[in-house]
Design a protein around this ligand. Sequence first.
Ligand code: C2E
Ligand code: CA
Ligand code: CA
Length: 528
Amino acid sequence: MPLTAKHRAALSWRTLLPWVVGALPVVCGLGVMNWQLEQEMQASSQATTRQVVAQVEHILDNLASAANTLLPLAGSPCEQAKLTLRAQVTRNAFVRSTNLFSHNTLYCTSLFGDFDEPVNPADYVDGTLWLMDGNSVTPGHALLVYRASDGDRGAISTVDGDHLLTALRLIGPDEELRIRVGDRWMGKDGIVHKGVPPAAASAHVLLGSTRYPFSVQGGYAAAQQGRLWRSHYPALLGLLLVLGAAAALACRWQIRRASSPRAELRRALEADEFLPYFQPVVRQGDYRWAGAEVLMRWNHPQEGLVRPDLFIPYAEHSGQIVDMTRALMMHTAQSLAPYAGLLEDGFHIGINITADHCRDLSLLDDCRTFLQHFPHGRVVLTLELTERKLIEPTPVTLELFEKLHAMGVMIALDDFGTGQSSLNYLRQFKVDYLKIDQSFVALIGADALSVHILESVIELSAKLGLGIVAEGVETAAQRDYLARHDVDFQQGYLFAKPMPAAQFLEALAARPGATQLPQRTPPEIMRG
Ligand code: C2E
Ligand code: CA
Ligand code: CA
């Protein structure tokens, strides 16, 4: 079946396309959402980093204030200064300790009073800031140290690393944040590392303080991006999936609709792919061509020439057969009319008609249009109605057949012997010919009982005064048998197979005694 065969051939893109169409909104949606999320992350990372810088600057302002207040005391005896040192610790929220140094020696602290420890100005970035990984009091615990100096004397204030840690954790709970001072940095683990901090996987931001020598680095870890995806867009993700599924289903439905037998037949009809083939019907005695049956062929672009029994049932089922028959009649008329001179007067043209075509009177117009192509009386149009699907005798159909007869159109009951038409039926529709089904012709030469059935059919038609056409004549024995039984017309491969118009006209022109030849030979004209 060309209709189903085509389905198989195009299986790959038919299966693939709905997936592609379904994936499209999902992929585009994900792309847009990803872009939006990245924008949001970048903005959030910027804001967070800025806040951390501001918070650390605020802490350092406390430290700087304490150190600068103590700076005038640097160099004076510790005994005298230590209470002031302690007062600064108490007054400033972030200050954990204060110290005085002179000549690179730390000689007085708020905790111990007198002290003696070397101070190396090179530890401090720009001489002011040092991120320590612990001191003798709290080894391994981060400290940020601020140093204010005046010549070789100065004051030092410290803040506990926990304050920095709190700022990092509270301001940007979802982000990776690192405070960098010189070649040391501290992240959310609270540990002071040496070297350059690694950049965040996404939305990386580096922001330096304009007032103190430190910078803050922000951004998101790779895993965090996935988590944000899920927490930000659960509804949108669901919506995208639903949209994708809907698009895929709509596409599949459209493909199925477009590739349905109905759509394929409609396409073929518009592309004028249904062609008439002609099988001659010979008359008793001289076996000259008395007419021809028009048999539909589908000139399919991929499948080639398709037999009618592979597509006519679909066309009948969908009701498209009426339009197809109309187009075929037009095609036939246009092919034969220019060479009408090749046809004997009263040449029979048989067209197969289905019951659907007889439900209204439109068939009358179709027949009239067909006959108008030929000189009056040149062709006799014979409508072949199959006995397997009988037309119901309604007022409309009876009127139709009445008028068809009045126009000179003849009726042949096709496949006679395979259905159940009654004598009454034959009379009601004024049937002119019976076409004996080829299955009966094939019985010739078989057992006596089978041949008896054929003889009964022939006798019956003789009694009814109907013309008889025997179909499917393949052997000389069948031909001679039918001739002996006075069968009026014969049709079958023995005489000729169905052929395209060009070949049919060529054969007509080549017949001995062909009366009128066209100026150009038909095949040239038809093929040109
Ligand atoms: P059908 O009307 O009974 O047409 C006769 C069929 O027998 C044709 O088959 C013809 O090619 C075939 N045939 C003729 N001589 C011989 C022979 O000696 N031996 C054998 N084995 N077969 C022979 P085809 O062309 O394949 O058509 C098959 C059927 O399709 C037709 O049967 C007819 O019922 C239907 N059909 C064809 N064209 C049309 C059309 O235009 N309209 C409608 N409604 N049906 C059509
Ligand atoms: Ca027929
Ligand atoms: Ca038949």
